[in-house]
Every structure is written in C-alpha cells, then in structure tokens.
Design a protein around this ligand. Structure first.
Ligand code: HEM
Length: 428
C-alpha cells in the first residue's frame, strides 16, 4: 500500500516528543512505504529493517555520482565516499580492517580506567554545585576526550576538532541542508583532514604505544597505503565516535529520570547495567536512520525496489516493533529476546559498539550513584533537529550538592555491573 504520510514529519519539534507514536502510525499503516516527499522507501518494521541492513542487493554507497552532488557539498562528499560506512564489499572490508584492531572488545577494555577517570573528573567538579547540563558537562566532553585520547590529539587542539565535527555531523544527519550548511560542513571537513594529516605524519612526537594513532601511523608509513583513505576513515571515527555516544548518554539519562523506578532498580542491582545499556539503546536510539540504495531492481518485503532507489531504514521504529519487543514502549531491563537495531546490523555493524557501551555504562553508573536526588530541572528537553541523529541540545538536572570527599566513586561503580576495577583505578 502507498501512504501519503512522510517521515519528514519527524522533523517537526512537536513530533520529536511523540516520535515513537508517530513511528507506530507509520508502521501500522505500512512497514515499507514509498515516501514521495523524501523520494525514498521508508522501512519501519524490525524484520524488514534487519533484512535490508545486511542485504547485499542494497548498497551503502552514499554518493554514486559525485559530479551530480552540489558544488558546496562536493568536497565533503568526496571524503565520505572513501569512508568504510559508505562503501560496499570488497572495499568496505579492506577499509574496516585498517582500524578495526583498535576497537575489539579486548582493546576497548583497556580504556576502562581512562574512561572512569574522565567521568570522575567531571562528576567531582560538578557534584558540589547541585546542578548540571548533562549534555554540555558530561555527554559532549566524555566521548570527545576518549576518541581524542585514542588518536593522541593534544589537549589544546581538541576544541577545534569539536567545532569542526559539528557542522559535518549536521550535514550527515540532514540531507536537506541549505547551501551555507553544506559549504560549512565541507570547509570543516577540509580543516579536519589537514589537521589529521599533520598529526599522523608528524615525527617530532612519536605516537604513544597501543593508541589508534600508533596503528594509523604505522599504516600511513606503509607505502602501499593511500593516506587520504586512512585520513578519511580517521575523520569518520571522530564524527561517528562522539556525536552518537553524546546522544546516547543524554537520551539514556532522560529515560532514566523519566522512569525513577528503573533508575532505582539500577542503583540496587548494578549487575543489570549491561542489560540496561542495551535496553536504553533500544528505547531511544541515537542513530535513527540508515540509508541504502538498490543496486538493481530487487524485491524487499514483497515490494519491487527499482535500481538506484533509496531505502531509509528507521532503526528507531524497528526498536519499538511490537512483533519483536512485547510492550515496546516499556523500559524493561529484564527484557529477553529481540536484537535491537541501534548499532545497525550486517557488515556495517557499528565498529565502536564496545566503546560506546563502556562509556555509556560508566557515565550512567556515576550519575546514578554519585549524585543523590538526581532529577530533571527546568523546561521540557530540547531535541536537536535531525532526521538521522536523535539527541538533546541540553538536559538540565539538579541534585543534592555533594562535597568533594562525599562524591568519590563507590566500590563497585565500574560500569561493568559490580566488577570494582575502574572504581579502584579512579580512587587511587
Ligand atoms: C551509542 C553510540 C553509537 C551508536 C548508536 C552508533 C550507531 C551506529 C550505526 C547504526 C552504524 C551502522 C550504520 C549503517 O549500517 O549504515 C554505525 C557504524 C559505525 N560506527 Fe557507530 N555508533 C555509536 C558509537 C560509535 C563509536 C564510539 C565509534 C568509534 C569510535 C563508532 C564508529 C562507527 C563506525 C566506524 C561505523 C562504520 C562501520 C562500517 O561501515 O563497517 N560508532 N554506528
């Protein structure tokens, strides 16, 4: 069935607050429909989204014809086209292999103490004040700190990286940006690449061992390796690695504060943290959309998708599909079965999933256990305008002010559900 509805309505501020009701309307009318306003198919059912995400008949190439891209967007499009996220097999696997070693669960586990230390510094600083903006004070700086640590970016350069990545993320999240927005994103990408090139090829300061910079620098010295390709994928890590985790921490904190029973349950049962992280990702996913394009005429969920047509996979809607998640609008840390789509599915499954889970777990545990009486403060939360990313522009909270010595992490506050290692690492 073809509906007259459009996913574009999700852009409206009033729809942002009731986004999942809107998705229900779309899904119950048709799980896969042609959206004439977006000139794309829109998939909202879990089965079709997960089938399409890993379907080799659908391509991830975002700009099949660079010459057709507007002049303002073209410099950005050229770089995106060299990133693993926007490539298909076999190039995709080759690009992913360049850096995937730095993101295995084992490699990421070595970052635990560093993440806990960064969270501790933020909480210790804000605890005596009784107030904080979760987005500005914690959710934005934490992932940026960690990804910059991985790339061995000097402290004084980090604000510039944050400033460049914002317009790029905006352009990626909003295909209808005006010429100025596209130009600003392209310019920012050029600055970012120039900076990364200098950082990764400089010889005055050798990279710290075992960092992503060490891995990338070694790759860059390989004469067969195309440096531009490496730099494009490092830029992807910066953008994908911080914007998304920022929104995860913000959205998850909001969900917990709107569900005080769930927050209390987590305070009592730290062993539930890994399950809670998955449920919070399902409940309000930071990445709402994935884009694919039919390589040739194909069948998807009984529809004919013509060659070149775009298919938007709405992970946020799939995550609330009652066919897979009974009572999908309930936040339930003891839910069983059903794989959420927050990290995607198939060959492009999020490379940074282990890192994002760890950062989220450590941040949420610190908020819940170290800030007594944590509650929402102020007006209703403001959502960023983007179809692709879902996140808050700010999230004000209040709590009982805690003096420096009272706000130290409690034993067991590790983000791992009671392990104890990171808390000790921080206290020491
Ligand atoms: C909660 C936080 C995060 C969420 C929700 C998220 C979500 C996603 C999703 C949905 C995809 C698949 C896109 C597609 O198939 O079209 C993806 C891919 C990717 N993500 Fe994440 N991400 C997060 C954090 C991170 C972090 C921390 C990093 C790295 C530091 C990262 C790096 C990547 C990369 C490199 C890809 C492309 C993988 C490929 O094409 O093979 N992400 N992410």
């Amino acid at each position: 069935m073809r509906t007259s509805s459009s996913l574009l309505r999700a852009f409206r501020p009033q729809v942002q607050e009731r986004l999942y009701d809107f998705y229900d309307e779309l899904r119950s009318t048709d799980e896969l429909f042609w959206d004439r306003h977006l000139d794309a198919w829109v998939a909202t059912g879990h089965a079709v989204v997960s089938d399409a995400a890993g379907n080799p008949g659908l391509s991830s190439v975002r700009y099949p014809d660079i010459a057709a891209v507007s002049e303002e967007l073209r410099p950005l499009a050229r770089v995106l086209s060299r990133q693993m996220l926007y490539n298909d097999a076999p190039d995709h696997a080759r690009l992913r292999a360049l850096i995937s070693r730095a993101f295995t669960a084992r490699a990421v586990a070595t970052l635990r103490a560093r993440i806990a230390e960064a969270v501790d510094r933020i909480i210790t600083h804000t605890a005596p004040t009784g107030r904080m903006d979760i987005v500005a004070d914690l959710a934005r700086p934490l992932p940026l700190t960690i990804i910059c640590d991985l790339l061995d970016v000097p402290q004084q350069d980090r604000p510039a990286l944050a400033a460049w990545s914002e317009p790029i993320a905006e352009a990626i999240g909003n295909s209808r940006l005006d010429a100025d927005g596209n130009r600003s994103a392209s310019q920012s990408m050029t600055h970012l690449l120039t900076y990364l090139r200098e950082l990764l090829t400089r010889h005055d300061t050798p990279p710290a061992p075992h960092t992503l910079r060490a891995l990338v620098t070694a790759q860059a010295q390989n004469t067969d390796q195309d440096l531009d390709e490496l730099l494009a994928n490092c830029a992807l890590l910066l953008i994908a690695g911080h914007e998304t985790t920022t929104h995860f921490i913000g959205n998850a904190t909001l969900a917990l504060l709107r569900h005080p029973h769930a927050a209390d349950q987590l305070r009592r049962r730290r062993d539930l943290m890994p399950a809670a992280v998955e449920e919070l990702l399902r409940y309000d996913a930071p990445v709402q959309l994935m884009l694919r394009r039919a390589r040739q005429d194909m069948n998807l969920a009984g529809r004919t998708i013509a060659q070149g047509q775009a298919v938007l996979l709405v992970c946020g809607a799939a995550n609330r599909d009652p066919a897979v998640f009974p009572d999908p609008h309930v936040l339930d840390f003891e839910r069983s079965g059903g794989r959420h789509m927050a990290f995607g599915h198939g060959p492009h499954f999020c490379l940074g999933a282990a890192l994002a889970r760890l950062e989220g777990a450590i941040a949420l545990e610190a908020l819940l256990t170290r800030l007594p009486g944590l509650r929402l403060d102020g007006s209703s939360p403001q959502w960023q305008r983007s179809l692709n990313f879902r996140g808050l522009t700010r999230l004000d909270v209040a709590f009982t002010p805690v003096s420096d010595d009272q706000s130290q992490p409690q034993a067991g506050a590790t983000g791992r559900g009671g392990g104890g290692g990171a808390a000790r690492a921080v206290v020491r």
